[in-house]
Write a protein that binds this ligand. Structure first.
Ligand code: HEC
Length: 148
């Protein structure tokens, strides 16, 4: 038997390899798509969560903050602010958020400033619900540091 790879063998490797890669890609894509509802808790998106996300967008919080690593690096990551400042307690977190949003901008010199958004209590609660929901997305424990 000759050691050479024949044209036929090369063709089989080419098509076989391509087919294998395409099937693997399709399989992994289907696997991801199936897992998304479970990972994101999409069945737990209440109206308040949706309003909170809208407020998050129209006020451009992401212009300074990251959420699950996406956004600007001026201010702390907020996908885990519920764990960090709310200690995973919803009532406690909501009162923390009311206090925090009302107190801005802090007048401590040398500290980065956050603007005053003049949001109503209900709007702040919506944002809190959005941040609580976000903190429960399975993001592989991102960020690795609780201080974000
Ligand atoms: C102009 C930049 C800027 C924008 C826009 C902004 N923030 Fe901030 N935010 C900051 C800075 C800076 C801090 C940290 C301030 C400090 O520690 O004194 C902060 C801190 C916070 C904290 C406390 C985080 C912690 O770990 O204690 C929360 C909650 C927060 N922001 C929510 C929001 C929300 C909600 C919005 C949108 C409505 C928003 N921020 C928009 C700059 C911004």
């Amino acid at each position: 038997m000759s050691e050479r790879i024949t044209k036929n063998m090369a063709r089989n490797i080419y098509f076989g390899g391509s087919l294998f890669a395409i099937l693997l890609f399709a399989g992994l894509t289907m696997d991801t798509v199936q897992k998304i509802p479970k990972l994101t808790n999409s069945d737990k998106i209440t109206e308040s969560v949706a309003r909170g996300k809208n407020l998050w967008e129209v006020n451009n919080c992401v212009g300074c903050h990251t959420i699950m690593g996406e956004g600007a690096y001026y201010a702390p990551e907020l996908a885990n602010v519920f764990d960090r400042r709310g200690l995973k307690n919803e009532e406690f977190f909501k009162s923390y958020m009311i206090g925090w949003m009302a107190a801005q901008p802090l007048s401590e010199p040398g500290r980065r400033k956050m603007p005053q958004f003049n949001l109503s209590e209900e709007e702040v609660n919506n944002i809190s619900d959005f941040l609580i929901w976000t903190s429960r997305i399975d993001d592989n424990e991102w960020p690795p540091n609780i201080e974000g």
